[in-house]
Design a binder for this molecule. Sequence first.
Ligand code: GLA
Ligand code: GLA
Length: 683
Amino acid sequence: MTSRHPSRFPYAPGSDGTPRLSYGADYNPEQWPRAVWEEDVRLMREAGVNIVSLGIFSWARLQPAEHTWDFGWLDEVMDLLHEGGIRADLATATASPPPWLTTAHPEVLPVTATGETVWPGARQHWRPTSPVFRTHALRLVRTLATRYAGHPALAAWHVNNELGCHNVYDYSDDAARAFRAWLRARYATLDALNDAWGTSFWSQHYSDWEQILPPRLAASHPNPTQQLDFKRFSSDALKDHLRAEREVLREITPDVPVTTNFMVMPGIKGMDYADWAGEVDFVANDHYVVPGPQDRDELSFSANLTSGIAGHRPWFLMEHSTSAVNWQPVNVPKRPGDLARDSLLHVAHGADAVCFFQWRQSAAGAEKYHSAMVPHAGPDSEVFRAVTGLGRTLRALAPVAGSEREPARVAVLFDWDSWWASEQDSHPTSRLAYHREALDWYSALLRLGIRTDVVPAHRTDLATYDLVIAPVLHVVPAALAKELTHYVEGGGHLVTTYFSGIVDENDHIWLGGYPGALRDLLGIRVEEFGPLPDGESVALDNATTGTLWTDRITVTAPDVEVLARYRTGAYAARAAVTRRTPGRGSATYVSTRLGADGLTGLLPELLAPAGVTGELPSAAAGAVELTVRRDAANRYLFLVNRTDEPVALPGLTGDVLAGPAADDGLVLPPREVAVLRQPRPER
Ligand code: GLA
Ligand code: GLA
């Protein structure tokens, strides 16, 4: 599946030349007097830090006026880091345009759907499609790259920062022009666009490209395909900015790998990272835990999906937090042990770098209450002790660097098009939450102790999996329907849910009854959707409860078995969960939202025909998350205690690279992680 040591990952060589895991943070020395920098480097060494992301928000300091440059301070920081043996993931510094630029060129400022200007004062106040912004940004990139090409501390380039975090949707005139150009490239003719957008509806027929606008504030629901295409366009516009910066960097420093930090998180849906992953030399991700009942399941899901979009090659955790953040309504600190466990869960899913936002907690500015590696209290603190402890653990895990993730037998498909389209307005319900449904399935698999890969729907060889779960796979182009049919005919086991297979890539309904493109494969037909009002639920005869959605299902194929029926509600006695078994494969349909609890009850019945079972002793299943990495010689078992209780793992042996000794049977303390190395069996 992958090669060891992907050439473009910025590994720090250990003393014997073999790669190490990277460890570090965003470093913002410009917030501190010169005297602090030397202490920073000393403490970084103490903590085991070997890489920092530098200069992310430094534009105004590097270029204080259009024709004035000031690199002296950054030269000094780069040199100090190098002397300390610390390398730099050097930012292109284009994330936050300086006041001189936005004063001279207010036309770079984004515009909202309601026509308001997004003013400077925070960060990322730039239009992705502004030619003026692009020119100034690329001049900065070129100047920086030329200056630091060949600097021994330079390990990688960090394009901008979290592209699209605040500015993914811009409705300005620049955006309108770029949207038209994007649409021309997609559709070539106005007839094709009119057809795709269904403009016969509500008198929307276009007779000139110039008439087309972004979906700005409208009198009622804007055209759904226009909305969907605007989402695709907006993701592409930022990708285009990434490419533009990358091309300058590659021209000047062809040997330095280029990345940008993705945000694979439930609250961020604007960027199709499966589509972006091919644009960077190594995938980097940022992740923040939002406390809640499924919070660590979501961390695992995010890390797993990041690995999926990285093709299961090692990726770089660019940011997470040592403790509390500052941007939630209530910012709760992490509990003891969580800092290390959260970090190692990312490593378990293929991260070969663990970095935090940020190195030293700010004394001023909007993020002064956001935790850091060196907190306000200073190095004499629990957080800094946990930070140095993690540094030691990561050093001990050096043998893992460069190893790939061993594929699981079960996959959960994730699809940005379906996320975007299924949650648009004017639908059967506005309550559908795409990511939540996918996460519920993943939580249930974790509770059952089933190792799973979360992978992008369109870039995965399904045949490598015994069971493929496709929650709310709403957008199913003809080619995908064919691929799924082929998978099942080849003996694969497919599970899908309500509101799947409904539309094609233009958001047009597949006619003839739902679930449209998947109707024949599933052997069922639905004439009307039965979404449930808030607070209503239905009982199923398998002791689970459905909310959100129901379907009035008619079974149409002889080889369909009804796995569960509705016991209550409008469709009582009708099928709720069905399974068709053409040949050795199967196609299962779950017509309601069962939630993580219900799915935990249902899943064993879906895993059985695929022959999938847990790999851990049954007493530990659910309490411990297992992931496996491997190289040519070894397997590395990551065992993560998900609970607040000790968990015994009898019978597991191997060299302990991290965690408690396993001499007389491994016992994992609450919230702790063990990493075992075992020789890889001969195949
Ligand atoms: C993002 C940004 C950082 C910082 C953190 C705070 O990830 O990239 O600059 O704002 O959020 O959580
Ligand atoms: C109104 C409008 C129709 C249609 C319906 C939908 O009655 O006149 O065009 O939009 O609402 O309920």
